[in-house]
Design a binder for this molecule. Sequence first.
Ligand SMILES: Nc1ncnc2c1ncn2[C@@H]1O[C@H](COP(=O)(O)OP(=O)(O)OP(=O)(O)O)[C@@H](O)[C@H]1O
Ligand SMILES: [Mg+2]
Length: 568
Amino acid sequence: MLKKCLVHLRGWAALYIVLGCAIQLLSSLGIVVFQRILDQAVAGTGFREILYGVVLYGLLLGLNVLLNYADEYPSAYLSNSITERLKIMALSKISRMDYSAYQNMGTGQMIKVIENGAAAGNSILFSFILKTLHELLPTILFSLLFISYYDLRIMLVIAGGYVVIFLLTNVLLKVLYRIKESVLMQQEAMSRYGVRGFMELVVFRTNKKYAQEIGRLNKAAQQIIRQSAKLQMIHESFFALFELFITVIKVIVLLYGVKNVVSGQASIGVMVALFMFIEKIYTPIAIFNVLFVGYKLNRVTYQRFEAFLNAPEDRNLEQGKALAQLQGSIEFKDVSFSYGEVQVLDRLSFSVAPGTSVALVGLSGSGKSTVIKLITGLLKKSGGQLLVDGTDIDELSLDSYYDHISYLSQDSPIFDTTIRGNMVFEQQVPDEELYAVLDKVHLKEKVLELPEKLETRVGERGLKLSGGERQRLAFARAILQKRNLIILDEPVSALDNITERSLMETVFAEFRHKTVIIIAHRLNFISGVDQILVMEQGRLAGEGDFDSLLRDCPSFSTLWNNGRGQTD
Ligand SMILES: Nc1ncnc2c1ncn2[C@@H]1O[C@H](COP(=O)(O)OP(=O)(O)OP(=O)(O)O)[C@@H](O)[C@H]1O
Ligand SMILES: [Mg+2]
């Protein structure tokens, strides 16, 4: 993924690296010119000649200042692009992710993995790879090259010492990995608890769960703080170690240099230049080590992000036979389904003719929503055949299928945008048409009362609306979509009897010639459907019309008798 990101930004990356090399070359040449000026001065060369050197020195430095300034643009561009690009990749991953894999990830945890991962990806690509190529490598190479020009032995000692430090770093890294991994896990857990606490205010407050949750968060935070400090200390020790090594080199060069200057074997200029180069090489090598450690640790973080990016995808979204139109016939032939080890549907068979209505009923947990998620292609059957207009759903392109269905899921199918946005997304539909539909779902008065009317934002998951209002708004969307297959998972569970009755009448009138599959807990308003399927522990306990089931299916008559009191 990082490669993809780098390929996308290759022009800027190349410019950044070329500028970095030029800057370092000019700066090294500056030191050499400075050395010549010093030595010419000591040797008593004429002022005119020295003046040429000074002008050249000034030009080199001035040009460097300009290049340094120009360098800021690709630097800022690249550092900002990478994180954002990775986050875009994450959302585009969600759009294709297999639904079961999605269900297994908590929102809080996923957010943290993406946040941390995108930041780590940026550090790897920008702070490590590009910075190394732009700044550190050219500085180190030019410095070593120029030091060897003055004294090959010093260059060899520095290069050898660096290799030793580098190897030592790799040993210490193993300890750091373990600490980093545990810090990351604590951070993800903290995010999961945090987001859970932010979202579930009512459940947590009324069940007095906050004290316990805050306690948990506190414990995780303490561990993160302690381990991060430990991480920092070990990290910094690399820096200290290298500084010590360079100090020793400086003392040796000083001793050796003074001796040579005294004996006339070397000039003051060369000694000063050597010192300048050692100073110049020290910082990038030390920084490289720190960055290298950072890079290795960021890889741990990035790998978690990459695991997310590599999560299984739903191949059926684009691949497969495209559906130009949908008649709306659905047929289950011995369909089985399991959540992991737990079998939820066991060789289920039934069929729904185009243009008819079907109700799925049964006790909670009997597998009704699972059937619907199979029909919508979100979940994948483990056995049998599920035919949509005669073609197995696994051979259909789901994206084309979704052009023909309206699906209202059991959990709030409303999202954080305006009322208009929830009804028609980005489509342009005249207000009168929207109000006509809102009238049908008994929401027109309510929307007209709101100061911003259709432009009112409904909050995350529609939190600013009542449960029943959310369901009615979702209904409005289904009506406006005018699709051939309508799938409704308990669309009226939050409504009072009067509204429910009236809305169910609207449903059957609006969707009269469409295929309608509806899950209902309350049975008295579905007596008009063409077919009722009674689910019991993942199997079909009966099918038929209302009266025949009441007569012949004990499961159905039990459901009916137990539910009658609450809805009559
Ligand atoms: N993501 C999941 N992972 C594991 N098990 C699950 C998952 N979703 C549902 N189940 C289990 O599968 C069974 C059937 O669930 P399903 O949602 O289909 O029931 P339902 O008939 O729609 O119930 P309800 O009327 O309460 O909505 C239940 O026992 C449920 O616990
Ligand atoms: Mg359900």
